[in-house]
Unconditional design. Structure first.
Length: 258
């Protein structure tokens, strides 16, 4: 199997005020083109609202959608969807949890400004008979405690759901590499920005606040290449496109050995 290609991108709300972003009908062609041309095996997005779901799915006809709206677990509020190429990957399970003290239901956690959700999928690559857990999320932009607590919750859920398989986490964390939420996750995962392997192309920052979008993975993966694709007029965030190779031999993951 070729290296796993992963794209994560906060595409900015389609109904963002005019002074923050051009109207969606102006941005849509560029976003669709980038998603299609990237050719990623898995695509993880943030700030997706239900009216644009058909546009995203049309741009990725070979991919299957996983994800629900954060407000009601249905179609209301932002999605943090995962789309996977079903010609290369099989789905062995999926779900979601909220970043709060009540992760099983739509809820706002700690000092967060909005409900925040994490979408997960257990995917299997038949070509190498390898399964892995993928989680995509979007941390709160205002609640400092919410981001810190969300990182611990994300770590616990990832270890529980993975059952020893490799773990890959993507998202807009509203936190830089050396901020506390990322330091928590980096206790047991590699931040792709810090991986010395493979070439890194493009700017270091992904947003006006710095590099707040990340791809993290357990030691089962090695970075082959990483591209930061500026958002331009399409979004206030850059997209991250990574190619990751599975490391061998495969070893069971445990908190002590990660």
């Amino acid at each position: 199997m070729d290296p796993l290609s992963v794209l994560t991108w906060n595409i900015q709300r389609y109904n963002a005020p005019w002074y923050l972003a051009p109207p969606w009908h102006w941005r849509k062609p560029g976003i669709a083109r980038r998603l299609h041309e990237a050719g990623a095996d898995v695509v993880c997005l943030q700030e997706v609202l239900h009216p644009v779901r058909p546009d995203i799915e049309a741009a990725l006809p070979d991919h299957q959608w996983i994800g629900v709206g954060r407000n009601d677990g249905g179609t209301e509020g932002e999605y943090a969807p995962i789309l996977y190429n079903e010609s290369k990957l099989e789905l062995h399970g999926s779900g979601r949890f909220w970043l709060s003290e009540q992760p099983e239901r739509p809820s706002i956690g700690w000092d967060a400004n909005q409900p925040r959700i994490a979408t997960w999928a257990k995917l299997h690559a038949p070509a190498i008979d390898q399964s892995f857990l993928l989680i995509n999320t979007h941390f709160d932009h205002r609640g400092r405690r919410a981001r810190e607590q969300a990182a611990w919750l994300l770590a616990r859920e990832a270890l529980r759901l993975s059952r020893g398989d490799p773990i890959l986490i993507t998202g807009d964390f509203n936190a830089r590499t050396d901020d506390r939420p990322m330091r928590t996750l980096q206790l047991f995962m590699m931040n792709g920005d810090l991986d010395p392997n493979g070439a890194a192309v493009g700017p270091k920052v992904t947003h006006a606040l710095g590099r707040i979008d990340h791809v993290l993975y357990t030691r089962h993966f090695t970075r082959v290449a990483a591209h930061t694709l500026p958002g331009g007029h399409m979004s206030d965030h850059a997209a991250l496109l990574y190619k990751l190779a599975f490391d061998w031999p495969r070893a069971a993951l445990s908190p002590s050995s990660a």
